[in-house]
Design a protein around this ligand. Structure first.
Ligand code: ZLS
Ligand code: CA
Ligand code: ZN
Length: 373
């Protein structure tokens, strides 16, 4: 397995931001991940870079000036007034106006923009930003724990140099913000795998395929509870292989949301660390410039283990990994097994019970086949 030049973006401040007590989204997980990556001695094997923070102007490449201006000003004290009593910009309790919100967004977005620049310049084959992947953010509104859509900003940066970009989203939730941003273009294909049915954000059926020039260029793979590694792979591999064949992307952005793992606090799938990482391995094999981003993931120790293993996959050293965890700052969190693993459980796979997975796969492949004509 040949080596790849990997650029890894990390800002040591990112772990200090908090959405507030009791909020499931914990930026601290990025720091735990980084500590584990360091403990495995991976840092010397890649270019470890501190991203330049995104400016309000950078963020305005996608978001409206009015919304960006709001983000630069909002504080816990002014949130009520600046949101017109929770009716604009931040609606509902998923997106609090927490302390340091704009800085947090600048770090997350700065990482994805820098990753895209590093890929475009040819200085890296794979670029990683675990603080990115915030796929729900809309042009003029926050949604689902996401305020600034770092993914859209990264893809816009890639589009300056590349004709076609493929976006793949393995977060348990639908990648609605990214899909919407590129819904009418044939230069970006979006493909989201997600739980569908009484689940946030409620979009992402196979009827939603794109519009105008973008018709056919949005792929949705709606799934049910309890999907296993085997089932996941049986839809991921053929669909992605077909996309690579018909779309021929010049770069790929993979959102590695870790709430698709078994045992996630908000997720409902039964995918193991290795099953999740298989998606990374499959794309790395294709020899297309690749960006890996974070996303959801609410059982912190599982997120840290999986993104650490996926960093090893990017480096191509996963076969040399010692699965007993090395000592690290958060070692005791990994009790009682202290192993680099996220195991499956005994929940039912509702995708195979009624053959719904076969239908979903065939429908996606047919949509892709139609693009040839
Ligand atoms: O994809 O389901 C919802 C929306 C609600 C129901 C629940 N209430 C609390 C909020 C309004 C309709 N929201 C989801 C958003 C999931 C975002 C996933 C992001 C990503 O992984 C990418 C990063 C949701 N699920 C769970 C919660 N919200 C939630 C649970 C617990 C709490 C605490 C803090 C806040 C309010 C109480 C909250 C949200
Ligand atoms: Ca998804
Ligand atoms: Zn999610």
């Amino acid at each position: 397995m040949s080596k790849r030049r990997v650029a890894y973006y990390f800002d040591p401040d990112v772990g200090a931001y908090t959405y507030g007590l009791g909020h499931p989204m914990k930026p601290h997980r990025i720091r735990v991940t980084h500590d584990l990556v360091a403990a495995y001695d991976m840092l010397p094997k890649m270019h470890v870079l501190r991203p330049k923070r995104a400016s309000p102007e950078d963020i305005s490449a996608f978001h409206t000036d009015e919304y960006v201006h709001f983000l630069t000003r909002v504080t816990p004290e002014t949130a009520e007034e600046l949101t017109y009593h929770g009716t604009r910009f931040l609606v509902g309790d998923d997106n609090p106006g927490f302390e340091g919100l704009f800085e947090f967004c600048s770090i997350s977005a700065g990482g994805s923009i820098c990753a895209a620049q590093r890929i475009s310049s040819g200085a890296a084959d794979i670029a990683i930003n675990w603080a990115g992947g915030l796929h729900h953010a809309k042009k003029r509104e926050a949604s689902g724990f996401c305020y600034v859509n770092d993914i859209v900003l990264g893809i816009l940066e890639l589009l300056r140099s590349y004709p076609r970009v493929l976006y793949i989203d393995i977060d348990c939730h639908h990648g609605d913000g990214v899909e919407e941003a590129f819904y009418t273009t044939d230069r970006v294909m979006t493909c989201s795998f997600h739980k569908f049915g009484e689940y946030f954000p409620g979009t992402g059926t196979q009827e939603d395929k794109g519009r105008g020039k973008g018709k056919g260029y949005a792929i949705n793979v709606p799934l049910k509870d309890g999907i296993t590694d085997e089932s996941y792979k049986s839809v991921f591999e053929p669909v992605i292989a077909k996309i690579l064949d018909v779309f021929q992307p010049s770069a790929v952005v993979l959102q590695c949301g870790a709430d698709s793992l078994a045992g996630d606090k908000l997720g409902c799938f039964n995918v193991t660390m290795k099953g999740h990482a298989h998606c990374v391995q499959f794309l790395r094999q294709q020899n297309i410039p690749l960006i890996l981003l974070g996303g959801g993931g609410y059982t912190v120790k599982n997120v840290a283990k999986t993104w650490t293993f996926e960093t090893a996959c990017a480096l191509g050293i996963e076969d040399e990994i010692d699965f007993s965890l090395p000592w690290n700052e958060y070692f005791e969190w990994f009790a009682p097994r202290y192993r680099l693993e996220v195991l499956g459980n005994n929940m039912d796979d509702l995708n195979t019970k009624d053959n719904s997975l076969d239908r979903v796969r065939v429908t996606a492949l047919e949509q892709l086949h139609d693009l040839i004509h």
